[in-house]
Design a binder for this molecule. Structure first.
Ligand code: TXA
Ligand code: MG
Length: 328
């Protein structure tokens, strides 16, 4: 049975209980500033295996280790380059995940057999308190079934993962709403594997030019990062990106239309939803909105294509994947 406990802050006794469960090899979902994570003791391969089983996640897709500070990260890598030091000083705790060469303390299952490990220090008081109370790095992917929408509310975790989790810590809605930026520092040139709340310009200002990885990994390959499956972060409803006001004439069934900035005139029966023309606000709200529209049984969602500028990079990335036709 999954239990759900509200946590008020880092001193909440629920955290002590959650840490004991984690040390005993259990699964605990917890809030971060991006999305909810499905946590396990990151140094216990059997516990990490439960994450893969609960999510239905392919063994080829590695998981992030969550640490409480830079020292916690350094203990898990074989190299700590100057770029890592600079980025961590500026952005940790925060939504930046760094991929670095792993030390041999990191279990193979965490790395999906590869040579590197992804490390992140979340900016959420409950997540940080939980890592400290457990005394281990916490392996934690987003707390959803593989390829489904990420959870921004404890309730999303409960409905996606149901009985597979021992405990869900409910810390209310998450703030950023989109997953962390993933930056690979293990190769010759720094490379963004997944755009997120910290943009390329923020990173480049500190360490110079970075590449942006926009490829797609085919099913069965060891994945360089998650969103690399073309369809990912997807609602059950069919999502289509459109120019403002278009695409609606041929629509039938129960249809929602998500506008950015201004709501156009809509055909009768189409439910209109207005979001601000503000990338950060849309990022915060996007997954929760898609969850709501799914729960309300909409069959089709039309959403206006966001602007092309860099501020919208992460939102565009998630929307492109959520609207891709085929699951790999
Ligand atoms: O905001 C976030 O990052 C959230 C919260 C819970 O921290 N976590 C999250 O985890 O989004 P997940 O597993 O859903 O996505 C992280 C992705 C993995 O899918 C994986 O492909 C990539 O990070 N990743 C993990 N380890 C990696 C590695 N060693 N090299 C390259 N990519 C890696
Ligand atoms: Mg995920």
């Amino acid at each position: 049975m999954t239990r759900l406990l509200a946590v008020s802050g880092p001193e909440d006794p629920a955290i002590v209980e959650a840490a004991a469960l984690l040390r005993a090899g259990g699964l605990v979902a917890f809030p971060t500033e991006t999305v909810y994570g499905l946590g396990a003791d990151g140094l216990n391969p059997a516990a990490v295996a439960k994450i893969y089983a609960a999510k239905g996640r392919p063994a080829t897709n590695p998981v992030i280790l969550h640490v409480a500070d830079a020292a916690g990260a350094q203990a898990l890598v074989s190299r700590w380059p100057a770029e890592a030091r600079a980025l961590v000083e500026r952005f940790w705790p925060g939504p930046l995940t760094l991929v670095l060469p792993a030390s041999d303390r990191v279990p193979s299952i965490v790395r999906a057999g590869g040579p590197s490990v992804a490390l992140r220090c979340p900016a959420h008081p409950v997540a940080l308190a939980l890592i400290r109370a457990t005394g281990r790095p916490l392996a934690a992917p987003s707390a959803n079934r593989s390829q489904h929408l990420s959870p921004t509310l404890a309730q999303h975790v409960a409905s996606s993962l149901g009985g597979a989790v021992d405990l869900i810590l409910d810390g209310g809605p998450t703030e950023a709403g989109l997953e962390s930026t993933i930056l690979d520092l293990s190769g010759v040139r720094p490379r963004i594997l997944r755009p997120g709340p910290i943009g390329p310009a923020d990173i480049e200002a500190l360490i110079g030019p970075v590449d942006l990885w926009e490829g797609v990994v085919k099913a069965g390959d060891r994945q360089a990062a998650p969103g690399m499956a073309e369809r990912h972060y997807a609602p059950r409803a069919r999502l289509e990106l459109v120019a403002p006001g278009s695409g609606l004439r041929e629509a039938s069934g129960s249809v929602a239309y998500v506008a950015l900035g201004a709501l156009p005139a809509l055909p009768a029966g189409v439910r209109g939803i207005l979001l601000p023309l503000d990338a950060e606000a849309v990022g915060t709200r996007l997954y929760a909105l898609l969850h709501e529209l799914d729960d309300a049984g909409f069959e089709r969602i039309f959403m206006e294509r966001p602007p092309e500028d860099e501020a919208w990079l992460a939102v565009r990335d998630r929307l492109r994947r959520a609207s891709a036709k085929e699951r790999p």
